[in-house]
Design a binder for this molecule. Structure first.
Ligand code: WT7
Length: 638
């Protein structure tokens, strides 16, 4: 590559992009291998050092308690609250005047919040929640568009020591209903609607419908965002702006941050699993804040003067960790945008980067592939010189999209941080730092102190280049602590295939340089446009339609979405099949689960391949669809 290169420490194999000398010298971590050695030699020492960069009401006694695996505990004895690090400590310094959040609505409206302002709004809303009886350990469901009030509601909940359960605003009635019911939330925070692609998503209407299916929570708080008329039920529904302007107490702009044990729950976040209902992954205050802060600072090299933009939605773990909490803990300025990347034109994102001077930009392969379609002329008409580092998450990035991103957005100057992690891991697990050589499509190596491996069926490490199961061998501070209300499922799902090791559910390869290449899910989780959906959830939504008797769902490769949903359905006797029913079923899926759950293709069949015990053999369906060998069929029923 160009002259600026430092000489590579060793020659790596394949297509390699070495960091420029400038990138290395200005990086927060100029010598990643030295830090890797430090963390490997003394894992708890490393994490204690990083935890020491944050504030604690009381310091921990024990960094890592491994006495009851897999129920690991971090920073035991420590007293903290993530909000103390995200807001309280900043408003005591000059940072009170720094922008915490720059928000742009899809319609072009702009709102900014300094740390002082964000803290004030969070305190006010915490007082509102408190007046509704919300306290330590209570659950609050947040079902919102991508607006600042989402961030405010999350922080206000955490400040009180209550547990938030954010449900992605793209989910619909049944998905929302299940999550409200399982979490037993007494309060729901929502909005009259949000803008997406020039249309209004009527969130309050979806809430009303979901609440008809469940025991009603006591209070629903509604943010007025679109101004559309909504149904407000007296005694249950309240306008956010009215509550925020009530003189609740004489000090309603101040609210004490609740002192929490490091291991107290911070939030639950539902994620699709292999079977049955979505799992509520539980994260805690102490370890989570340390893990997400350290990884954001190191991997994205975050600096005081940066403007950080993570394009995810707060409703996913990416948003929880890297829109809401870590950037605030790091004292950064975040950009947040409400709408679609192509509205009104395919250069909306590039306009935003130019307009606000974004320097670190974190997005997804699906979005890159989608925007790539429109050609380089769209980014080329913008000044993107403020950019310094790029990132990718959610699914494997194909080298072609990587190169396009590198060339047309990063102008061959900006390294791309491909970060592999999960709702469960809370923080980046396999990811480079900017001073490391990159290979398109690889997340490079595990983050400092993380030990990953690729194993065969019997638990042996596979040879370089061979495919196997991705596992994590040591605990990490931002790890999930359990599945809320279901510790058995936690043990079975993640810790039973290889006792003592965390099973990620992905297949991967490790190359001769020790670089990891994640291939995709090996379970019945489908990653559609990077969104995680479970076959069980999708199939149960299909059979909830009166015309359908049985359904099976698989993921097949798709040029833009990475993977798309293909459904096979058996109709009930006497039902007329055809295009009308296909359209009807797609609408049904969008209504019950959400627009992302609309199948790409629906096929009517008269039988499904099943094992003798009645389990659908999705791998057989997949092999047939791809025209591949069907493999071992000895357990097939007929
Ligand atoms: C699954 C986790 C945590 C980020 C958002 C997704 C896939 C995630 C990558 C990547 C290849 C990736 C895996 C993983 N995945 N990042 N950089 N390269 N695959 O969180 O919804 O919990 O999904 O996303 O399959 O297991 P999630």
């Amino acid at each position: 590559m160009e002259e600026q290169q430092t000489s590579p420490p060793q020659t790596l194999h394949g297509e390699v992009y070495y960091p420029s000398a400038e990138t290395v010298t200005q990086a927060n971590i100029p010598d990643p291998e030295a830090v890797r050695c430090e963390a490997e030699a003394d894992l708890t020492g490393y994490w204690a050092r990083r935890a020491g960069e944050l504030e604690w009401y009381r310091k921990w006694d024990t960094v890592l308690d491994e006495s009851n695996p897999p129920f690991y505990k971090w920073f035991v004895g420590g007293k903290t609250n993530i909000v103390a690090n995200a807001l309280d400590r900043h408003v005591r310094t000059w940072r009170r005047n720094k922008l915490a959040l720059i928000w742009e609505g899809e319609k072009g409206d702009l709102k900014t919040y300094s740390y002082h302002a964000l803290n004030r709004e969070v305190c006010k809303f915490a007082n509102v929640l408190k007046s509704m009886g919300t306290g330590k350990g209570d659950r609050v469901t947040i079902y919102m568009p991508r607006i600042p009030e989402t961030v405010i509601a999350m922080l206000a909940t955490a400040k009180l020591g209550a547990i938030h359960s954010v449900v992605y605003g793209g989910f619909s009635v049944e998905a929302l209903h299940g999550r409200i019911e399982d979490s037993e939330s007494k309060v729901i925070v929502t909005a009259d609607g949000g803008y997406m692609n020039g249309k209004v998503v009527e969130l309050k209407k979806i809430v009303d419908e979901a609440l008809q299916r469940t025991a009603a929570p006591e209070n629903v708080v509604v943010v007025k965002h679109t101004g559309r008329e909504v149904n407000m039920e007296a005694g249950r529904d309240y306008w956010y702006h009215e509550l925020m302007n009530l003189p609740l107490t004489r000090n309603s702009m101040k609210c004490e941050t609740e002192v929490m044990d490091a291991e107290d729950p911070l939030f639950i976040l539902y994620t699709s699993g292999t079977t049955g209902k979505p799992k509520a992954v539980l994260h805690t205050h102490g370890g989570y804040q340390v893990g997400i802060y350290a990884t954001l600072k190191d991997v994205f090299d975050l600096k005081e003067e940066d403007r950080w933009w993570c394009t995810a939605d707060p409703g996913w773990i990416t948003g929880h960790s890297y829109i809401v909490y870590a950037p605030l803990i790091a004292g950064a300025t975040s950009v947040m945008y409400e709408g679609a990347p192509t509205y009104p034109f395919p250069d909306r994102w590039w306009t935003i980067i130019e307009k606000y001077g974004v320097s670190v930009f974190y997005s997804t392969p699906t979005a890159i592939r989608g925007l790539m379609r429109f050609g380089a002329s769209w980014p080329n008409r913008h000044d993107l010189s403020s950019l310094r580092i790029l990132g990718s998450v959610g699914e494997p990035i194909n080298p072609e999209a990587w190169r396009w991103f590198h060339k047309n957005i990063g102008k061959e100057r900006c390294p791309i941080m491909d970060t592999w992690w999960q709702t469960e891991t809370g923080m980046f697990m396999i990811a480079p730092t900017p001073a490391m050589p990159l290979k398109p499509g690889s997340g490079t190596k595990p983050y400092f102190g993380v030990q990953a491996d690729v194993l065969d069926e019997h638990g042996n490490s596979v040879k370089p280049g061979e495919e196997g199961f991705l596992v994590l061998k040591r605990p990490w501070p931002a790890m999930l602590r359990t599945i809320y209300k279901d510790p058995d499922r936690y043990m079975k799902t993640y810790w039973s295939k290889y006792p003592g090791l965390y099973l990620a559910g992905d297949s991967a390869r490790k190359d001769e340089d020790g670089y990891f290449w994640v291939i995709g899910r090996v379970d019945d989780v489908i990653k559609v446009s990077g969104y995680r959906l479970g076959t069980a959830e999708l199939e149960s939504a299909l059979v909830s339609h009166p015309a359908i008797a049985e359904a099976a769902v698989i993921g097949l490769p798709h040029e833009i979405k990475g993977v798309a949903i293909h459904a096979y359905v058996i109709t009930k006797a006497g039902v007329e099949t055809g295009e009308t029913l296909v359209e009807e079923l797609k609408r049904h899926m969008a209504h019950e689960v959400g627009p992302i759950a609309k199948p790409e293709k629906i096929e009517f069949v008269s039988s499904l391949p099943k094992t003798r015990s009645g389990k659908i053999m999705r791998r057989v369906l997949k092999a047939r669809a791809l025209g591949m060998a069907e493999g071992d069929l000895s357990t097939l029923e007929d």
